[in-house]
Design a protein around this ligand. Structure first.
Ligand code: UGA
Length: 434
């Protein structure tokens, strides 16, 4: 099939590349000419495991092309994916200006039937707005479909190629048939393509992300409570998670959820509730608890240094909002660093992928190390904020040698408390014995 993807951010690029992989002819459109030039040269603009192999293979096979020309893109595809940013607006709701701007251009230039697919996470009612916007400018037949994506950064290629489900929101038989044909190769295992109305599809995405954020936040509160009463959240987590109604996944406490999706989507759903005169009080709590959780290590560090953080050097392992990505959007590590800087500490940081992004934000205000041990040189404490695999099995003797003060504040519960006690390192984690 001929496919066009408008917007080559993380979702658009993964969508375009993976659709090319099953033999479709894909054109990706972006207004950023520099980015398009680089992609044409075979440079993948984001770090996402396994994407580069597919990217190069499909460019070579001429199934994946890039252009800055909107008209070329619109002419090409029988299905046009909108993978555009929907940033958080000033009032917390999703800003639809990119999506509706492109809808307007489609209306002005469309010359034959197309299926327009909202792939971006968009508020309930956006498919209707896109349809109305296009209709203002044309009488040509078209359909609008809501097809939310459920990709996780770091696993996006695998999630796209082997999805647990595909959600298609549409009221047009013709569009549903085309979408089913497109996705059939991805659900050979028997996973479902779930067809529903546009609004339900749009809400499914927000409900899924908000539920997962709530699940994590619930566990963070249980962890905080464990510390008060001397229970161990790891035991509680396993005890709870083996109930299949609860499930083992997304029960890991830590320093709060971050990233480009959960924080934005929870706020947007809360805001949408307000607009519909509905108070999502559970989401209000999730937002507030997560805000506190992001800096939950700070009082623990303050306690250890008896309130004197000023002048201390703190090593930070992990800057990305989670492992296997260089994405630092809403990364809890940055909230920890900001607080430590405010209190007069110096930071020596290491992350396997995210340092260039953090350097752009902090410049010279923090030091970057070329490896995880270098970050420890003469530091007074180690803070762990992302659970990269490389941090899971460190040389504790080296840690002790390099740190001025053998103390680790672990925001991701990476180590077994008994192992670390044997090493005579002071270890402070989340929801476990302190
Ligand atoms: C999330 C969803 O998992 C995807 O299904 C969805 O498609 C995506 O948002 C999106 O809307 O585009 P992602 O943001 O890539 O994916 O990352 P997750 O793996 O879900 O992690 C989100 C945050 O939750 C991270 O900060 C992570 O550290 C935190 N987390 C996750 C926990 O604190 N505990 C857990 O048990 C799991």
């Amino acid at each position: 099939m001929k496919i066009t993807v408008i917007g080559t951010g993380y979702v658009g690029l993964v969508t375009g590349t993976c659709l090319a992989e099953t033999g479709n002819e894909v054109i990706c459109v972006d207004i950023d000419a520099q980015k398009v030039e680089k992609m044409k040269e075979g440079i993948v603009p984001i770090y996402e495991p396994h994407l580069d192999v597919l990217f190069h293979r499909n460019i070579k096979a001429n199934r994946l092309q890039f252009t800055t020309s909107f008209s070329e893109g619109l002419d090409h595809g029988e299905i046009i994916f909108l993978a555009l940013p929907t940033p958080e607006g000033e009032d917390g709701s999703a800003d639809l200006s990119y999506v509706l701007g492109v809808a307007q251009s489609i209306g002005k230039e469309i010359s034959e039937y197309k299926v327009i697919v909202d792939k971006s996470t968009v508020p309930v009612g956006t498919a209707d707005k896109v349809r109305e916007t296009i209709k203002k400018y044309t009488t040509v037949d078209f359909d609008v479909v809501s097809n939310p994506e459920f990709l996780r950064e770091g696993f996006a290629v695998d999630d796209f190629l082997k999805p647990e489900r595909i959600v298609i929101g549409s009221s047009s038989e013709k569009a549903i048939e085309l979408m089913q044909k497109l996705y059939k190769p991805f659900v050979r295992s028997g996973n479902p393509i779930i067809v529903m109305d546009e609004k339900s599809a749009e809400l499914t995405k927000y409900a899924a992300n908000s539920f997962l954020a709530t699940k994590i936040t619930f566990m963070n509160e249980i962890a905080n409570f464990c510390e008060k009463v001397g229970a161990d959240v790891d035991k509680v987590r396993i005890g709870m998670g083996t109930d299949s109604r609860i499930g083992k996944r997304f029960l890991f406490p830590g320093i709060g959820y971050g990233g480009s999706c959960f924080p934005k989507d929870v706020k947007a759903l809360y805001k949408a509730g307000k607009e519909a005169n509905y108070n999502f009080s559970i989401l209000d709590s999730v937002i507030r608890v997560n805000d506190v959780q992001k800096t939950i290590l700070i009082p623990k560090i303050e306690d250890h240094f008896k309130g004197k953080i000023a002048g201390k050097t703190i090593a930070v392992w992990g800057l990305a909002f989670k492992p296997e990505t260089d994405d630092i959007r809403e990364a809890p590590a940055l909230y920890v660093i900001d607080e430590l800087l405010k209190k007069g500490a110096s930071i020596q940081a290491f992350d396997p992928e995210a340092m260039p992004n953090v350097q752009r934000r902090y410049g010279d205000t923090i030091q970057f190390a070329s490896n995880m041990y270098e970050a420890l040189n003469k530091a007074d404490a180690l803070v762990i904020s992302t659970e990269w695999s490389i941090f899971r099995n460190p040389d504790f003797i080296k840690i002790k040698e390099k740190l001025n003060n053998a103390v680790i504040f672990d925001g991701r519960n990476l180590y077994d408390i008994n192992d670390i006690e044997k090493e005579k390192i002071k270890y402070v984690s989340i929801g476990r014995k302190q």
